[in-house]
Write a protein that binds this ligand. Sequence first.
Ligand code: 3HC
Length: 329
Amino acid sequence: MYKYTTASFASSRRLGAARSALGRGALYSSEASAIKRVAVVGGGQMGAGIAQVSATYEHGVTLIDVNHEALDRGHAYMAKSLARVAKKKFPEEPAVAHDWVEAVLGRVRRTTSLPEGVANADLVVEAVVENIAVKQKLFADIAGAAPGHCLLASNTSSLPIGRIAEPLDAPTRGRTLGLHFFNPVPQMKLVEVVRAAETSEQAVGRAVAFVKSIGKAPAVCKDTPGFIVNRLLLPYMMEAIRLLERGVADARDIDTAMKLGAGYPMGPFELCDYVGLDTLKFITDGWFKEGDGLRGDKAFAASGKLDELVAAGHLGVKSGRGFYDYSKK
Ligand code: 3HC
């Protein structure tokens, strides 16, 4: 298990406070027998979030991306998010909070070399672009460089795990599965553990133990489009857009209705903007065209309003405008 360096914690009082805050993580960590070293491929919001929570719970983490700029962005995301968490953990002790953040960040090594980054990993989670060819090539590269016991996981939200694993040999397919995290990763408690047709029971068991070791709740499910959460969320989001298109109500009132009438933390348009309109379109177009059991399903048919916003570059919060305008916030 990772040990703090004495340099990162000058005073024993501060060390004690931070250790007790991490107590639950340390316990989980010892329970997760096999997985101690985690490699995360992709330093975007999801990858950085996965690296952050793994490091928070004392796993040794390597964050891998193609260039240093991407790694730096991932580091900045983690630093900002950890500062938010630390402020709540140590409200009266800013110095302890600062040291805790530094200690967690210190457990995340960064590299642009995939073979080096996965060489000692017990688990590799990829969170790169949603492109089947890119992921198949990446998984083959990971399989060639990672140890034989290493679990290979994809954070894909829309691509079949079985197809990503197709080019791999049978034993490697047995240790390939989905680990689907939710945005914002540090806050959302669920991880879907996706069992493809050839994923072994042992791999599922190890993945479930890992998810618990990082303080999250696993939901095991089959490898079908959208798994559980997106299979239910996306028809809801698309139907909200169609309500808007039919002029039933405006976006603000639909959001208010779902927040106050159904108790959702965000309305559907806030959620669309948060997830990203390009992501929403990419997933629904893909399912409409070739989703297993969903081909031609009218729930996922193109929406004029969504197409128009994406074509204009209005992708949601990340571009400053989507259904709402964020540029003035
Ligand atoms: N890092 C650390 N903590 C964070 C955080 C981050 N990036 N973002 C939010 N938080 C924490 C805050 O510190 C705060 O903690 P506290 O309650 O202990 O004080 C808590 O989350 C709430 O944050 P805020 O008070 O700033 O704002 P909200 O109350 O509006 O909550 C939200 C923000 C957590 C995003 C909430 O609106 C929410 O749960 N929305 C729904 C999100 C959702 O549905 N996500 C799934 C999307 S689908 C997906 O990811 C799948 C993909 O495949 C498409």
